[in-house]
Design a protein around this ligand. Structure first.
Ligand SMILES: Cc1ncc(COP(=O)(O)O)c(C=O)c1O
Length: 437
C-alpha cells in the first residue's frame, strides 16, 4: 500500500493502472505467482524431487500466466482437447502433461496417446475400453491412472469410489488389459481443503488402495496423483446461513482466518511426508508424488479492479453500489467470500455495509450482500481480491465485453490479454443470413 492509502504493488497503484487501462481490469501479480511456485517446489530443495506440480489449466488458462508457470518448471494438467492443444502450443513437453476429466473426446485421447503424454487418468470404467482401442490402433502402451473418489470428496460423474472395490476393479482391468501401463491412482477431492486432518484422511485412503494394488496385483504404482483443492486462505464458501443473515440484516460476512488454513509449503510437506513415511515403513520404493493445484497456485495472484458506476440508496442504509463488474466477471463470488477493498482510501474506516451489484440486469448479479467499505462515491475503484482462479475462465460477455488482463511485474506492466471489442463479440456470427427471396 502506498502512504496515501492506494493499493499498490511494486510501487504501481491499482488506481494508476485503472487510469491507463480502464475499468474493469484484471491485474496479475507476477511476484506473487512466482512466490507460489517457489512454495510448491520448496519440498525439492537439495535437488531431490519429492513432489511434482502440474497446474490445473481450467482454473486460469491465460497463456501469459501459464508461460510464467511453465518457465519455472510447472507442468500442465488438462481436461479437454483444447487445453491439451494449448499446452502443446505453449511448448510443454508431452512428458509434463497430465490428462484428466470425465469428458475426453476420442480425438483428444488419440492425440494424448500418440504423443506419449506423461499420464492419462481414467475417470470411469467405460473409458478403459476407449483407451485400449486407441492404444491398439496406435500401437502404444500409455501410462494410465484411475481417478478415485475418497470419503466426503467429489463423487457423481467423477472417479470411482476408493472404498467399495470399484476403483480396485478398474485398476485391475487396466493392468490386465495387456496394453495399458497401470501407473497411478489419481485423487482430486474437490472443494477447499484447509486442514492437515483432511489431507491425511484422503491420502490415507489412497495409500490403502495402493497397498491393495501391490498385494493383489503385484504392481508397485509409479505415481500417486493428489489433484488440487488446496484452499486460498482468504477465500471461503459462503454458507446459506451467512448469506441469509447478510441479505436480511446486512451483517458482514465472516472473514476467513488465513492462519486457519494450511499454507502451500505445509500442505505439500504433509502429503509428501505421509507418503514417504508409509513406503519407508514397508521398505518399498516411494512413487512419484503429483499435485495439480488450481486455486492455490493462482487464486491470490490476481485482482479484479472494478469501479462504482452509481449508488442507489436503499434500506438498510447505505444501500447499493452498482459496479461495472459483477458475476459476469466474478462468477465465483456468488458462492465464495472474496475480500473487497477500496483501491484507494485504504486508511479510511470501512464503516458502511454496501450491497454490491454488477451491471448485467439480473437479480442474481450481486457480488456481495454486505461489503465493509468506506462511504463510496461514483467513480471509486474497488479491488476484488483473489481473482486468479475461476474468474477469467468462467467469465461471460453478457452485454459487456471482457476487460483486458495486465501483468504487474515489479514496476513493469505487460498486457497479457487485450480487452474484447464489440466486434470480437460478433466475430463468429453470420450477418447476411436472411433466407433467399
Ligand atoms: C482433476 C482436477 N485437478 C485439479 C483441479 C484444480 O482444483 P483446485 O482449483 O481446487 O486446486 C481440478 C478442479 O476442479 C480438477 O478437477
Amino acid at each position: 500500500m502506498l502512504p496515501g492509502g492506494d493499493l499498490a504493488s511494486g510501487g504501481v497503484s491499482l488506481a494508476s493502472l485503472r487510469q491507463k487501462w480502464g475499468s474493469p481490469l484484471h491485474v496479475v501479480l507476477a511476484e506473487q505467482l512466482r512466490r507460489n511456485v517457489r512454495e510448491f517446489l520448496a519440498i525439492n530443495e537439495g535437488g531431490r524431487i519429492r513432489g511434482e506440480v502440474f497446474y490445473s489449466y481450467k482454473s486460469n488458462p491465460i497463456p501469459g500466466v501459464l508461460r510464467v508457470l511453465h518457465d519455472l518448471g510447472i507442468g500442465a494438467e488438462v481436461i479437454s482437447e483444447y487445453e491439451l492443444w494449448l499446452a502443446l502450443k505453449l511448448g510443454v513437453p508431452a512428458d509434463r502433461i497430465v490428462f484428466n476429466g470425465p469428458a475426453k473426446s476420442l480425438a483428444s485421447v488419440r492425440n494424448a496417446v500418440a504423443r506419449d503424454i506423461l499420464l492419462l487418468n481414467i475417470n470411469h470404467r467405460e473409458e478403459i475400453d476407449v483407451v485400449v482401442s486407441v492404444a491398439r490402433e496406435l500401437n502404444r502402451r500409455p501410462s494410465i491412472g484411475v481417478r478415485v473418489a475418497t470419503s466426503g470428496g467429489w463423487t457423481g460423474q467423477f472417479g470411482l469410489p476408493a472404498g467399495t472395490g470399484e476403483a480396485f476393479a478398474a485398476l485391475k482391468e487396466v493392468h490386465e488389459s495387456g496394453i495399458l501401463e497401470l501407473a497411478a491412482i489419481h485423487c482430486h477431492v474437490g472443494g477447499m481443503v484447509r486442514s492437515r486432518q483432511h489431507v491425511q484422511s484422503y491420502v490415507g485412503e489412497v495409500l490403502a488402495l495402493a497397498d491393495r494394488v501391490k498385494t493383489e496385483l503385484g504392481v508397485e504404482l509409479a505415481i500417486l496423483d493428489f489433484g488440487g483443492s488446496l484452499a486460498t486462505p482468504t477465500v471461503t464458501n459462503i454458507t446459506d446461513f451467512d448469506r441469509k443473515v447478510a441479505m436480511a440484516f446486512q451483517a458482514p460476512l465472516p472473514v476467513p482466518q488465513p492462519d486457519a488454513s494450511l499454507g502451500i509449503p505445509e500442505y505439500v510437506r504433509c502429503v509428501v511426508e505421509q507418503v514417504e513415511n508409509h513406503y519407508a515403513a514397508q521398505k518399498r520404493p516411494c512413487p512419484r508424488i503429483f499435485f495439480e493445484p488450481g486455486r492455490a497456485m493462482t487464486g491470490n495472484t490476481q485482482v479484479l479492479v472494478a469501479s462504482v458506476l452509481s449508488l442507489k440508496a436503499g434500506e438498510p442504509k447505505p444501500g447499493w453500489a452498482i459496479l461495472d463488474a459483477g458475476i459476469n466477471l466474478a462468477e465465483s463470488a456468488r458462492s465464495e467470500f472474496h475480500q473487497i477493498f477500496p483501491a484507494s482510501r485504504m486508511h479510511e474506516p470501512r464503516s458502511c455495509q454496501y450491497r454490491l451489484a454488477g451491471p448485467i440486469c439480473s437479480p442474481g448479479d450481486v457480488i456481495s450482500w454486505s461489503a465493509s467499505l468506506p462511504e463510496l462515491a461514483a467513480g471509486d475503484a474497488l479491488a476484488i481480491m483473489d481473482a486468479g482462479a475461476y474468474f477469467v475462465p468462467f467469465a461471460t460477455s453478457f452485454s459487456f465485453p471482457q476487460p483486458p488482463v495486465v501483468m504487474l511485474d515489479g514496476a513493469v506492466v505487460k498486457l497479457l490479454r487485450r480487452a474484447e471489442s464489440f466486434e470480437d463479440i460478433i466475430a463468429l456470427d453470420e450477418f447476411d443470413c436472411r433466407p433467399p427471396d
